[in-house]
Design a binder for this molecule. Sequence first.
Ligand code: PLP
Length: 644
Amino acid sequence: MSSNIPQQQWTIHDSKSLYGVDSWGNDYFDIIDNGDLVIKNPLNPNHSALPFADIIKGLQEREMQMPVLLRIENILDHSISQINQTFRDVIDKVGYNNVYRGVYPIKVNQQAQIVEEIADFGDRYNHGLEVGSKAEMIAALSTLKNTDSLLICNGYKDQEFIELGLQATKLGFLCFFVIETPSELPIIIERSKALNVKPLIGVRIKMTSKVSGYWNSTSGDRSVFGLTTAQVIQVIDRLKEHNMLDCLKLLHCHLGSQIPNIRDIRGGVVEACRYYVDLSKEGAALEYIDLGGGLAVDYTGEKSNGGQSRNYSLNEYCEDIVEAIKETLDPENIAHPTIITESGRATVAYSSVLLFDILDVTKFEPVPSSQSKHIEHDLIDSMREIFEYLNPKRVQECYNDAHFYRDEVRELFKRGQIDLRTRSVAENLYLEILQKIKLVLDSMEKIPVDLENLPDSLADIYYGNFSLFQSLPDSWAIDQIFPIMPVHRLDEKPERKAIIADITCDCDGKIDSFIADQKIRPVLPLHEQKNNDEYYLGVFLVGAYQETLGDLHNLFGDTNVVSVKINPDNSYEFAKEIHGDSISDVLSYVEYNPKEMQLKFRNLVESAVKSGRITVKERQRMINTFNESMRGYTYYERDSKYAF
Ligand SMILES: *Cc1c(COP(=O)(O)O)cnc(C)c1O
């Protein structure tokens, strides 16, 4: 394990394997000799890469404060190319007689800049969009330019939604209504007749294939989405009645998000194909098979079938889909459909990184004190004696004793029989004993079961300048693991072990599950923070689902967002920036009126002037501070003047 490597022999390769850069990074990141983490240009991997340290310097020069959500345009561009290109290659190899058409589901990251970039980068592949609500539909209609791209409408659709779609069809878009519930069908039939357009219709089937992973409830009998077989038959009969069965062109299914096991994907595709065969035999003019989302991201880099990983490559994913369709349809003599997938997570996750600085560190170590020697108490003497019999054979006993004496001291303090200084000496001694015990445990082959967690329970707390609730909601809500690592100093051995706390005043605002040394661990090795030097961490693969699920806990708002782009000549630019919420922004989100607040504050200070409590000069200073604060960033703004 990497922790056995001495500091002098530590290299960037040890950092690479400790933090798993090559396992989860999809070849987008690397570490260079000076210890900097860099972004490789995915379009020119042989070019020299862009160090995060340069980006951070550029942000400082532009007065963009941490935390910053960094978007890397080239990675998004590459993700879209990669999925399209891989499907194309597999289709060629397998001899499949149709094409692949991807669509991006807007709900995965609805930010305008992201959707616009996807429409741009996807243009050469006719990569389309998937929408699940009227608002997303409107976003799609105003973004999509290429009418050869598909526009897939999922979700519950009312008359307005359907009219928007029919108008899109009139404009030449390939806009599919995927029927989620039979009640949508009469509206589609009536409105399309009224507007005189032939609608493109799909049916979403309820899959019985159950998949493993976190988001498996979109499959199986109790899934809330999709039509039962009886409802599918109803839809067919209804369309037949209206002479519209030729409008039924698409079969849709979605097994769930983040499917870790390739076997589940193949099983689902085969089930969908059975529907495809029978619906074709019923007379539907099917031409498209839409397999939904589910392509997983290997957050832990374990390449396993665990919920935060995936046991397959993109190539295997594409191969399994293309082959399964071909193998199921060929014996039935049914023409190969256009293959659609709605990959969201895998498309956008890699392109965003949350960057933040460490504000402070709490260590569970004794604080050196010159006065402690003079403090006398029986219990303290007993604690000091523990050092004399601390050895591997008696380590458990020493631990129990230290615990016992410390608790006694606390009890006496509560009863007023011990003063604060004495108690602080005891607490300090307790930590000193535990740290010694930790050293003894390091030298032991077999650690007593009760003490297994002791080293981790002494881990430092690194306080990061970010809000978990705003920027990493899934870390809090569903224990999602994101790769986290320092973006510099990677030529040095990280000698500390830590958990990370955010700056909300919430005990849930912490991260204590990390990927390190190829395993999920409760602590993360980090570098000693030297004399209040800036220390930057990155949280990776945060492009999917995190941005709009975040909330305003403690009124920490949206972070600053910056997009970088590496040019073909290897220069780079800060292509776009969005300033995060100001304090006045977040206050207005919760229905305060910033103007009124300024007025009220003005009245408050003015009356203080009137009563002679403050001078006019002081009043003006207060008003300026108040107003500047209102305009300012909601996060911690660093000032190096104040070192403790
Ligand atoms: C959420 C969703 C997706 C996206 O799934 P990913 O696993 O993120 O690719 C695709 N299609 C539908 C219908 C969805 O609900």
